[in-house]
Ligand binder design. Structure first.
Ligand SMILES: [Fe+2]
Length: 205
């Protein structure tokens, strides 16, 4: 089983998934958010990822589980991505760590005018940036935060994408940042589901 794809040149940034039950999934997730979190009132948090009791969430989100079963992509975890009004400068440029490249993201709430941008930064340039050790994966990760505000002048943008109409397979290995536009509303809420195996066949160009 090969999960990690070091050469991303033939791999897409996203793959849109057909989903005719997105309304139902959004409703289930928002009911869980209202009953179990203060996310709707949160104005200052800048951490973005919220670790949650995903098993408890899954129990009250049968539509989500049914949909995941229908696309035959088993998942091992769900997290919530929360963009508060303190994050008008965006979610910092970063990339993911091996061993997995991809996750499946769902737009949930206040999804308009928020743009994920992927940048084509050659791997040979990675050594120009500071690094940090990801203790979850025990790998050296590049710290792209120093070029968060300037990356658009330095490297080609591969894709600028507003996730709002359907779930997507999301390439987290290619460096990306999340930028709210002037019409963004807060908090913007999405969920990320982590597949057991990378669904790489969907991501080949
Ligand atoms: Fe990311």
């Amino acid at each position: 089983m090969i999960n990690y794809v070091p050469d991303q040149s033939n791999i897409k940034c996203i793959h849109e998934l057909e989903c005719d039950v997105l309304d139902k999934i959004q409703e289930e997730i928002m009911n869980w958010v209202v009953d179990n979190t203060n996310f709707l009132d949160e104005k200052e948090d800048m951490g973005f990822w919220k670790k949650i009791d995903y098993k408890a969430m899954a129990r009250v989100c049968p539509g989500l589980l049914k949909y995941m079963a229908s696309i035959k992509i088993p998942i091992r975890e769900i997290t919530v991505g929360l963009m508060t009004e303190s994050m008008t400068n965006g979610f910092t440029l970063h990339n993911g760590a091996p061993p997995l490249n991809f996750k499946i993201n769902f737009p949930i709430y206040n999804t308009e005018d928020v743009w994920t941008e992927w940048y084509d930064i050659p791997q040979e340039d990675f050594s120009k940036f500071a690094s940090w050790t990801n203790h979850h994966s025990n790998t050296a990760q590049v710290d792209f935060s120093q070029i968060h505000d300037t990356v658009q002048d330095m490297y080609p943008c591969l894709l600028k994408y507003n996730m709002h109409k359907c779930p997507i397979v999301f390439n987290s290995f290619i460096p990306h940042r999340v930028m709210p536009g002037p019409g963004a509303k807060y908090p913007r809420i999405m969920i990320a589901t982590m597949p057991v195996n990378d669904p790489i066949e969907l991501m080949r160009k």
